[in-house]
Design a protein around this ligand. Structure first.
Ligand SMILES: C[S@@+](CC[C@H](N)C(=O)[O-])C[C@H]1O[C@@H](n2cnc3c(N)ncnc32)[C@H](O)[C@@H]1O
Length: 552
């Protein structure tokens, strides 16, 4: 065991952190991980962590001045972390901080040349540059004045821009949302568990008697932040976090529900004098106590002796994993690629005038269709299987609607909107709900307009959703999808997917992590684009052999 781990164990003991003696902390070339020495079962409580041992704005010695100047959330936590680092052994978390890496080598702390060469074309290229400029501004506006305020007597060597970026990488990769009072914070021990996509063994949860539902899982800050582009690029500009109370519909919910964990809390057994209990596990969750001031780590799966115990950082694609945690996973089913609306406009320029494109997009919006949006871009998602977002297919379909159908629909929608809006509040500039009813409704309106008022397929006998999509995929739409995939592919530069795959094979994950994971991201994204082309060409072929409802 390394010195850092030994000191950390002593620190845990003196700060009331208890853990099962079945847990083995490993410290190898790939960093720290947690294994089990004996079989563990669903519902086993393998660790408890007092909230007072978590490093948050509230628990930090810097609380007063952070709250006085009014910086909260992840910026405030970064200041708390930098402050605790700056006071060395004086810090309550010294034994914990010694174990942390100086920074997590995520793209935020790559130099600009690395970002521009390794990430070019990928979902992360723009996002990382955006983070860098935004965080630099935050530092200048909020942290520089703190250091300048001599009465705070801050050690400027710990509050430079480099130190701020490093703190942000640690927070992005290790912080959890604790509760409404503490906000997000560093949770010692819980942050030693590595991630496995969709197959985690353990959850961090609240130990309060009023808790015990899936709502109480303490959320890793990486999980599905609302501000993440397509929930796929992680994100450092993350002030909108969910507290435990808000986690009613959490992505972990199903797993927790199916885990068979008993949720009737009883009184917690008196803590042993020893930090590790002898029976391998601390408690089963059902007999663990009511302690609103503690967090518990609970097994949601059986884990065999000798295996690593994994947590999950959320259902994240590779762009998000690399962005926030600095690694990627092969064949990650949550991977997506985005097609920007601007890219669709670029494609449209080849065949249509700007005016024509704008009018078709306007009709698409009036029908209640939409793209995803983030920061200053609008985009469509393409899933791991290569299926493009339905709204994109509808937009492409609308581009090819005959003029007379387009005019008829536009006129009728505009008239309807005018009537509906004049009947509602004069301040209400949103579309009436009768019109904004989602992309499926939009398809029904289009198909019905094309066929002179009736839907040309049976609602009773066939699957409506499949019929709708099938009908959307005209030859024009399929060709447009292939062209969009080709244009998007062009962003990666001259090398082909096969060349990238070949280089990736020869690249060592441990020796060249930046090159390896960025190449892995490129290969995953380009493979999705390849699947999108196959989706479009197969759909085109299938249509040739089927009844075609309308001329394409
Ligand atoms: C919360 S920490 C987990 C503990 C960490 N391994 C350590 O040494 O302290 C998160 C970091 O661990 C690493 N990590 C976690 N899961 C991983 C995985 N499945 N593959 C590669 N690295 C992983 C990444 O560097 C990530 O940013």
């Amino acid at each position: 065991m390394t010195r850092g781990l030994r000191a950390f164990k002593r620190w845990m003991k003196s700060h009331g952190v208890e853990y099962s003696d079945a847990l083995l902390f490993t410290d190898g070339v790939e960093g720290i991980g947690v294994k089990t020495l004996c079989d563990l079962s669903v519902g086993d409580l393998i660790a408890t962590i007092p909230k007072s041992a978590c490093l948050t704005i509230k628990t930090s010695m810097a609380q007063n001045f952070i709250e006085d100047v009014g910086i909260g959330d992840s910026l405030g936590l970064a200041v708390a972390l930098m402050f605790e680092l700056s006071i060395g052994q004086e810090s309550n978390w010294y034994g914990y901080l010694q174990l942390l890496p100086k920074k997590e080598p995520v793209p935020l702390v790559w130099n600009l040349e690395e970002v521009d060469t390794l990430l070019v074309g990928t979902e992360l290229h723009k996002a990382v540059k955006y983070d860098k400029s935004l965080l630099y501004e935050d530092w200048k506006e909020c942290i520089v004045p703190l250091v300048a305020a001599k009465q705070l007597n801050l050690n400027e060597n710990y509050f430079g821009v480099e130190q701020y970026f490093a703190a942000k990488t640690l927070i992005a990769s290790r912080a959890f949302e604790i509760d409404e009072y503490h906000g997000s914070g560093m949770v010692p021990l819980a942050d030693l568990f590595n991630h496995k996509t969709g197959a985690e063994d353990v959850h961090l949860t609240s130990m309060s008697a009023n808790s015990g539902s899936e709502d109480d899982d303490v959320r890793d800050n990486g999980g599905n932040d609302d501000d993440d582009r397509g929930s796929n690029d992680g994100g450092f500009d993350d002030d909108a976090k969910l507290s435990i109370e808000e986690l009613v519909v959490d992505s972990f919910g199903d797993i927790f529900e199916n885990s068979g964990i008993q949720k009737n809390h009883k009184t917690m057994a008196t803590a042993s004098d020893e930090n590790h209990l002898n029976g391998h596990i601390l408690e089963s969750y059902s007999s663990a106590g009511d302690d609103p001031d503690a967090l518990g780590m609970i097994l949601i799966k059986n884990v065999k002796a000798g295996n690593e115990v994994f947590n999950t950082y959320g259902t994240l694609g590779n762009a998000a994993l690399l962005h926030r945690y600095g690694f990627t996973e092969p064949e990650n089913p949550f991977d997506i690629v985005n097609i920007d609306l601007n890219l669709v406009m670029k494609w449209a320029k080849g065949s249509f005038s700007n005016r024509y494109s704008r009018s078709r997009i306007s009709l698409w919006k009036k029908l209640g269709c939409s793209s995803c949006s983030n920061q200053d871009s609008e985009y469509f998602e393409v899933t791991f299987s290569g299926t493009p977002q339905l709204d994109l297919m509808v937009l492409l379909y609308i581009f090819y609607l005959p003029d007379e159908v387009y005019c008829k629909m536009d006129l009728s929608l505009t008239t309807r909107m005018k009537v509906d809006i004049s009947l509602s509040s004069p301040m209400n500039d949103e579309l009436p709900s009768s019109i904004v009813d989602g992309v499926h409704n939009a398809m029904d309106i289009i198909f019905s307009a094309e066929s002179g008022g009736s839907l040309p397929f049976s609602r009773e006998t066939e699957d409506m959703a499949t019929q709708r999509v099938d009908r959307l995929l005209t030859k024009h739409v399929c060709n447009a999808l292939i062209s969009l995939a080709d244009i998007r592919e062009g962003f990666y530069g001259a090398s082909s997917l096969e060349e990238d795959m070949h280089v990736l094979k020869g690249c060592c994950r441990l020796r060249e992590p930046k090159r390896y994971h960025s190449l892995s991201l490129r290969v995953c994204e380009r493979s999705i684009l390849k699947k999108m082309r196959i989706f479009a060409s197969k759909s085109g072929c299938i249509r040739k052999g089927k009844k075609i409802y309308f001329a394409a």
